[in-house]
Write a new protein. Structure first.
Lengths: 149, 149
DNA sequence: CTTAGTGCAAAACCTTTGCAACTCT
DNA sequence: AGAGTTGCAAAGGTTTTGCACTAAG
């Protein structure tokens, strides 16, 4: 698990942010939905199921805050809303997203090959690269098959 | 130049779309702004400067159509609006985007290394990959320097 | 107690859509 | 002529913001 509560508690203290129940519950949603890519609305629904009523505006503000603190990572899959997942940047393994153009499903794929590419590009471009995001578009196994019929 | 007017004319004929002046003017905007990543609003401003009044809705519909026909490529740099650029997918050279976290500038970088990665991932994941999009986040040369001071 | 956070409703944005008028082919 | 296209205004959907109230440190 990539989430270290003590680490987070410390980050909050440093910047004098408060670790409110709302924020803890929202974080909890991501821990319970590790391999999903939740939108603000998704999170709002989930916390509501836990019988906690949290305002949608608070959800947005919290997601923004967690992104800033690099606890979550904001991403975009082209469906008109931002999605978030736990930021595992600290771990050595990056993962990429395979997005199915037919059914919209997003599959994850582990790979480090891009690290090398990143170093090369950083050197050639004079950019100081701190992160990357890769999306592959195509057809998943199921949709690939049904398209061939 | 990656735009072949005859090719486009043919694509339009096949699907019985009409090559209206509005569509030509919008396409022209992209030809005149090759290495920018124009938003719908950007395009609307540009055509207006050419003293052509085109409705914003038409701009949106046209951008959508061109994306569908793979004349333009829709992309997202996380600034809350879609951006478009001429689709050079047909050429062998892909380029990636380096996005500066400080000033927001987007720099392009040519590289094919990802082709290999795409093949590998396609094989391992059972996905039929047809396209990819890579974004690197970091600090451009200027912002990198000012951050060190 | 003091400063930050919450909830609500309203506002701000970007994008899409319905429809009557219009225009390529 | 006829199917596709435009422009406008209205509607839709996501995200942000102002403000009075509340709660964490």
């Amino acid at each position: 698990m990539a989430i270290d509560m003590n680490d987070i508690r410390q980050k909050f203290q440093e910047k004098q942010y408060k670790l409110t129940p709302q924020r803890q519950i929202i974080l909890q949603s991501f821990i319970e939905h590790q391999d999903e890519h939740l939108s603000a609305e998704d999170v709002h629904v989930i916390v509501r199921q836990h019988s906690s009523e949290i305002g949608l505006a608070t959800v947005y503000r919290t997601l923004e805050l967690f992104s800033e603190l690099e606890v979550l990572q904001k991403m975009d899959f082209g469906d008109g809303r931002s999605r978030y997942e736990i930021n595992e940047k600290s771990t050595p393994h990056h993962h990429h997203h395979l997005i199915c153009l037919a059914c919209g499903k997003v599959k994850e794929f582990e790979d480090d090959l891009l690290e090398t590419l990143e170093t090369t590009i950083a050197r050639k471009s004079n950019f100081m690269i701190v992160d990357h995001q890769v999306k592959f578009y195509g057809y998943c196994q199921e949709c690939k098959i049904s398209r061939e019929e």
